[in-house]
Design a binder for this molecule. Structure first.
Ligand SMILES: C[S@@+](CC[C@H](N)C(=O)[O-])C[C@H]1O[C@@H](n2cnc3c(N)ncnc32)[C@H](O)[C@@H]1O
Length: 308
């Protein structure tokens, strides 16, 4: 595999700095992908041990091969980061010093038509990151009613033309089920103005992918578990790529930084709830140079907190 074929890691140096990789003995890379972050960590420190988690078996294999030279300093497990407590528990690991997740999908997933994430090439309508999801994209597109589809595209895709597109999907599938990514893409293209087609396609595919993989609920379950696993001064970094994920992080972190539930008109706090974390980096965005090198980085937002 040429390194040019691997996912280009986003904000990797900033993540490694923020997690103080040079000083930690163990880090969990909760979204291993092609192992770009793990590689950066392993290269930065000769003593750090990295545990990589990914839902996608192919990611585990590829990253495993790529990082095999690091021996037992790198371990990979297939699983959902929403089960991080169980997954690291099975490895006999307890308090952690650093955890990162880099949300979304990898280059491997977006460029393999067989995985069904691509709208530019024909492939089966799947969009499953791992094997376990109960639904696939074909089921959503062919079985959900028009109202549910419109709501999905509106909520998870933030697509303004959600109702038009949902209507077009329902009309198209009344002839024949939509089974391929390019068939769905064609329905969307015909339902929206020509100059909006690419944006709408990206939003529609994003919305369906989020639903298939239950991405927002995975993140909601992961965040409190990750904090619980961190030892005091341990750090958690999250890289997100759209406002839905980022909002979940911001709200969760805010609730831990200011947990007081007293009515605002009370002069002093009586609930006694204490902050559990502090900000290390409230928001880091990629530099212009990084976006030039890797346009996929343009929407990335990195937030880092530290357990108190
Ligand atoms: C953006 S890529 C990570 C790329 C990686 N940082 C790199 O540099 O190569 C996201 C990865 O997270 C995985 N993923 C997404 N949701 C997951 C979840 N809930 N649990 C485990 N892995 C997940 C995807 O399968 C994908 O491989």
């Amino acid at each position: 595999m040429r390194s040019a074929d691997y996912h280009i890691p986003v904000l990797a140096e900033e993540v490694a700095d923020g997690l103080r990789i040079a000083q930690v003995s163990r880090v969990v890379d909760g979204t291993l992908g092609d192992g770009g972050y793990s590689l950066c960590f392993l290269e930065r420190s000769a003593s750090v041990q990295v545990i990589g988690i990914d839902l996608d078996r192919d990611a585990i294999e590829r990253a495993g091969e790529r990082l095999a030279g690091y021996g037992d300093r790198f371990r990979a497990v297939q699983g959902n980061f929403s089960d991080i407590d169980t997954l690291v528990g099975q490895l006999g690991v307890e308090d952690l010093e650093a955890i990162v997740v880099d949300l979304g999908i990898s280059r491997l997933q977006v460029t393999d038509p067989a995985k069904g994430f691509m709208f530019s090439k024909p492939g089966p309508l799947l969009m499953r990151m791992g094997g376990a999801s109960r639904v696939d994209a074909g089921k959503i597109v062919n079985e959900w009613d028009e109202k549910m589809l419109a709501q999905l595209l509106w909520e998870y895709g933030e697509e303004r033309r959600a109702r038009w597109i949902a209507r077009a999907i329902v009309r198209a599938r009344s002839n024949n089920p939509i089974t391929m990514t390019d068939e769905l893409a064609e329905v969307v293209r015909r339902a929206v103005p020509h100059d909006h087609a690419v944006k709408s396609l990206a939003r529609v595919f994003q919305a369906i992918r989020i639903a298939v993989n239950d991405e927002l609920n995975n993140l909601r379950s992961f965040l409190p578990k990750a904090l619980q696993l961190l030892r005091p001064q341990g750090r958690l970094a999250v890289v997100s790529y759209h406002s839905l994920e980022d909002r979940i992080c911001k709200e969760f972190f805010a609730s831990q930084i200011r947990p007081c539930t007293c009515p605002p008109d009370l002069p002093i706090c009586v609930c006694g709830k204490q902050p559990t974390i502090r900000w290390v980096e409230r928001l880091v965005r990629p530099s212009e140079a990084e976006v030039q090198r890797n346009p996929n980085a343009r929407s990335a937002k990195l937030r880092i907190t530290e357990r108190l």
